[in-house]
Design a protein around this ligand. Sequence first.
Ligand SMILES: NC(=O)c1ccc[n+]([C@@H]2O[C@H](COP(=O)([O-])OP(=O)(O)OC[C@H]3O[C@@H](n4cnc5c(N)ncnc54)[C@H](O)[C@@H]3O)[C@@H](O)[C@H]2O)c1
Length: 91
Amino acid sequence: MKKIILVGGAGYIGTVLAKHLLNDNYKVKCIDNLIYSQDECINKFLENENFEFINIDIRNKYLLDEHFNDVHSVILLAGLVGDPISKNILK
Ligand SMILES: NC(=O)c1ccc[n+]([C@@H]2O[C@H](COP(=O)([O-])OP(=O)(O)OC[C@H]3O[C@@H](n4cnc5c(N)ncnc54)[C@H](O)[C@@H]3O)[C@@H](O)[C@H]2O)c1
């Protein structure tokens, strides 16, 4: 079974994609730091043995390194998306 890492997988696109990948018999490792405290978005996946959630900030290279073994693909979705949060960051 191939394993896919979704970086930023607890977001809008990541949660939809995770559902499709699990349905297609992939293992999914979701790496996300839940900046919107959006725990409820991934709770529905946590009982699936093919889903793993890692709560870390991707800017921490040292924490990230250990999670990329035996992985088929990595999909990068983490970002600060949308006008309000982008303006907030620039302040
Ligand atoms: N939603 C759209 O319609 C759309 C359209 C085109 C492109 N995109 C791009 O797709 C990507 C994902 O979009 P989305 O709508 O799912 O965004 P989103 O904000 O819903 O999801 C982004 C996820 O990344 C996580 N994240 C942010 N910074 C992080 C960090 N430092 N470490 C770990 N996790 C972090 C957030 O917690 C969040 O769960 C973005 O790059 C966006 O620009 C989105």
